[in-house]
Design a protein. Structure first.
Length: 334
């Protein structure tokens, strides 16, 4: 059976040592409908193929669910009901092997993977065979497949990399097409790293949504050709946590924690809230806020416990719990 490490194990130690809670800024609007969830994958506690050592990415697309395990260097693919289909990768330097993958998206033609420490983007075919590879000059933090066999790659620029962009778009052969979104730069490595953490989400019409974990205005929208279409500000009442931290320079860094994780489906954002532990550490929460692209909160989903990752689908939610098990959840109105 795979390791079932708790979430605090793999978060950066500086975060847990220095984060101080200032409390929630707002609460959910009283008029927002609430939903409950029911497990429909009854064997989630015993299915070893749905247990992971260090899951870092969860995504649903084209009827396929992908889970990226950075520790095992694998990408597991499931059908829409959470049944295991195939696994690609494995740690190593040879063809088809990975080293700290960070994200993956599966489609009808195969799976697209960002191979972190190898600094490359890999495409596997439907049989799990490596087909296409292109190299990068940086560590890929996240990816998003775009129309026309293009791929969007997110990087987290360092303090000495002020001219780089967080968003970098490439064609199938790895030729750069455009870059967008200058990073936040303060000169402090820790503060800059936190400020530039993003989640990439795909929208209808090939629009791109960039969710910032540590910025109050947490969502920006981009066109398929990289034009910045502006911020999406959530209506008052969206729960944001506030952190205060002493960074490496001795200065105090304060930031709004917009969400712990996020997904997008059917014109709606699904935003997993961050929450405080009994020890006053910040960790994953047990509520998902549903919001439209106009920023209005449309509802709140109560999860069966705290979850580390979520992915929305037409039939409900997928989630990774604190024991790193895959959960398949049906959403019902209370």
């Amino acid at each position: 059976m795979k390791s079932t490490k708790k979430i605090a194990v793999f978060l950066s130690p500086w975060f847990w040592l220095f984060v101080l809670g200032l409390g929630a800024r707002d609460v959910s609007p009283p008029t927002a409908p609430r939903f409950r969830t029911v497990d429909i994958k009854g064997d989630f506690a015993t299915d070893e193929r749905a247990m992971f050592a260090r899951p870092v990415h969860l995504a649903f697309m084209s009827g396929r669910l992908t889970v990226v395990d950075a520790e095992d260097a694998t990408v597991s693919i499931f059908d829409a009901r959470g049944n295991f289909a195939v696994q690609v990768g494995g740690r190593g330097q040879g063809p088809g092997q990975l080293d700290f993958p960070t994200a993956a998206w599966a489609g009808a033609g195969g799976v697209l993977v960002s191979d972190g420490r190898h600094r490359r983007i890999v495409r596997f075919d439907a049989r799990g065979q490596e087909r296409d590879v292109f190299r990068l000059a940086f560590f890929p933090e996240a990816i998003l497949p775009l129309a026309g066999d293009r791929v969007l790659v997110a990087r987290n620029p360092g303090v000495l990399d002020k001219t780089s962009r967080i968003l970098n778009c490439y064609d199938r052969e790895g030729r750069p097409l455009w870059g967008a979104l200058p990073p936040a730069v303060s000169g402090d490595r820790v503060a800059d790293t936190m400020s530039n953490v993003v989640i990439l989400l795909g929208g209808s019409g090939d629009d791109i949504f960039v969710v910032f974990r540590y910025r109050a205005a947490g969502i920006r929208r981009f066109s398929p050709d990289g034009r910045d279409l502006g911020e999406i500000r959530l209506a008052r009442g969206y729960p944001v946590q506030r952190i205060k931290k002493t960074v490496g320079t001795g200065k105090t860094f304060e930031a709004d924690v917009f969400c712990w994780h996020a997904s997008y489906w059917g014109g709606r954002f699904y935003l997993l809230a961050a929450d405080w532990t009994e020890e006053r550490d910040l960790g994953p929460g047990s509520e998902v806020t549903i919001a439209g692209t106009d920023g209005r909160v449309q509802g709140v989903i109560d999860l069966p416990g705290k979850m580390t990752k979520i992915a929305a689908s037409p039939d409900g939610l997928y989630a990774i719990d604190l024991d790193y098990r895959l959960r398949v959840l049906k959403v019902e109105k209370k």
